[in-house]
Design a protein around this ligand. Structure first.
Ligand code: HEC
Ligand code: HEC
Ligand code: HEC
Length: 179
């Protein structure tokens, strides 16, 4: 037997172990990745928001008749496009928070008697400009009325929120029109 044979065998075995470990880890991580992206996508979908919780039905119906569902561009803004911040970590944090809160209300609260006016205020407070601006990148499009031009120019300096001027783009609850 030549010197170093044992070492070679060991090295070959090592390589196999390394190969198998890498392979198994890669497969496991791919499966996990697919599962996480799938579940994040699924739990952010319009169906998940509305089919599972019938208390969201009014908001869903209103949204379907709104300009953010029905418009000439064919672009549809879904619930999560407005209601969750667009970047990954804040989005996951908001998803977790609202997910837990809405589930608690669904099972232990009083989902038949929700105060939509209060909910509207808290929803508006939580909606960030960055969500609107993933689609509305140009705040000075051609055809923007003069009032809009002035308002948008002023806004940039004063750091106003889009929703402090633009409400009811997706929901037209009568409560809001009365106030
Ligand atoms: C274009 C942006 C946008 C989209 C899309 C959107 N919302 Fe809203 N949502 C808002 C804003 C802004 C408010 C704050 C109240 C208002 O302006 O009417 C709000 C308020 C709410 C409220 C609390 C107040 C209320 O009216 O009851 C709920 C619940 C809600 N949205 C659910 C949904 C669901 C479910 C969907 C999808 C089917 C959806 N939203 C789609 C912007 C949006
Ligand atoms: C997924 C893309 C998307 C998101 C997110 C989005 N919008 Fe829109 N928005 C649109 C489209 C598409 C239209 C219709 C444009 C048209 O008809 O030319 C529109 C129309 C509008 C209009 C004019 C019509 C109306 O109903 O008043 C306003 C104002 C507006 N959006 C504000 C907002 C604000 C504020 C937000 C954030 C809360 C927001 N949008 C989020 C895509 C989006
Ligand atoms: C100070 C009030 C104010 C703020 C804040 C504001 N807007 Fe506007 N916006 C207006 C006015 C006024 C118009 C003119 C049309 C109208 O009356 O709705 C307008 C028009 C628009 C339109 C319609 C453009 C068109 O071609 O008809 C969009 C889209 C829009 N704003 C998006 C936004 C977004 C996104 C933000 C946040 C980054 C924002 N606005 C912040 C007052 C405001």
């Amino acid at each position: 037997m030549k010197k170093g044979f044992g070492e070679k065998v060991l090295k070959r075995a090592d390589r196999k172990v390394v190969f198998v470990t890498t392979f198994v880890t890669t497969v496991a991580m791919s499966i996990m990745y697919i599962f996480v992206t799938w579940s994040v996508g699924f739990t952010s979908s319009v169906d998940f928001c509305t089919v599972n919780c019938h208390e969201m039905t009014p908001q869903y119906r209103e949204w379907q008749t709104s300009s953010h569902y029905n418009n000439d561009t064919g672009v549809v803004a879904e619930c999560a496009d407005c209601h969750l911040p667009p970047s990954f970590i804040p989005k996951m944090m908001a998803k977790t928070y609202y997910g837990v809160r809405d589930t608690l209300v669904h099972y232990f609260g009083d989902p038949e008697n929700l105060d939509r006016k209060k909910m509207g205020e808290s929803a508006a407070a939580s909606i960030v400009n960055a969500s609107c601006q993933t689609c509305h990148k140009n705040l000075f499009p051609s055809g923007l009325p003069r009032g809009g031009f002035l308002a948008h120019r002023r806004m940039e300096g004063e750091k106003q929120k889009c929703v402090s001027c633009h409400r009811h783009m997706a929901h037209q609850n009568r409560i809001y029109f009365d106030s």
